[in-house]
Design a protein around this ligand. Sequence first.
Ligand code: MLT
Length: 263
Amino acid sequence: MITRINGIKLAYTDQGQGPPVVFLHAFPQNRAMWDQQVMALSTTHRVIAPDFRGFGESDAPEGSYTLDQYADDVNGLLDHLAITGAVFVGLSMGGYTLFAFYRKHAARMKGLVLADTRAQADTEEGRAGRSAMAQTARAKGAGAIAEIMLPKLLSTVALQTKPDLVRQVRSAIERTTVSGIAGALMAMAGRPDSVPLLGRIACPVLVLTGELDGPTPPADGRFMAERIPGARLEIIPQAGHLSNLERPAEFNRALLDFLNGMS
Ligand code: MLT
């Protein structure tokens, strides 16, 4: 589905009926990374999954983006769909966006799943790495970004034994526009530290992390879960950073346990 939000074309999935669950994707992927969650949940829930600006079928305007802008795009989409409150699931960049969303639109957040993400801002070194990656994207295209990102997004085991998954993740990156990649890198580099927010999060929270996640290892998940009142932590065995893609059954079970526990 396609609509216009905040001056751009925003693509999204809206499937099923029941309590709404909103899925926010990782960098540099798109809403298709949630296909197995959409399938598993849409028999009991209304599942919404947008492509952030710059990704998938959404518009990719030139210039740098902000996570506040992503949060406002999601908020505009929920207005458009007349959804007042939802449970939100964000993986990595999707999780960073949920901190921005919580700061701006907390009343809409009935529950929060922070998957393979972290609360801290980038270090100076991390920000420099983002600028370098944006330059690489402009100079060499999205294929070069796929080479850099694949070993971060997937575990070594998945890279060696799951060729279809590797193809899927690679092709999502290769189809992303350079403006979308560079815009998102600047958005992530500019995000504030969300550690001070953790103690103030007042909705039910599940923190999910792949055991083999390199970019946001289990220690990052534990750090968040220890500081968010009442948060539950689950480590998904043998899963890398894109834990929902590497271990969909385990990811979905943890998610459904959380959702069922809320109702
Ligand atoms: C992601 O999966 O969204 C990225 O790895 C996040 C990041 O680069 O910090």
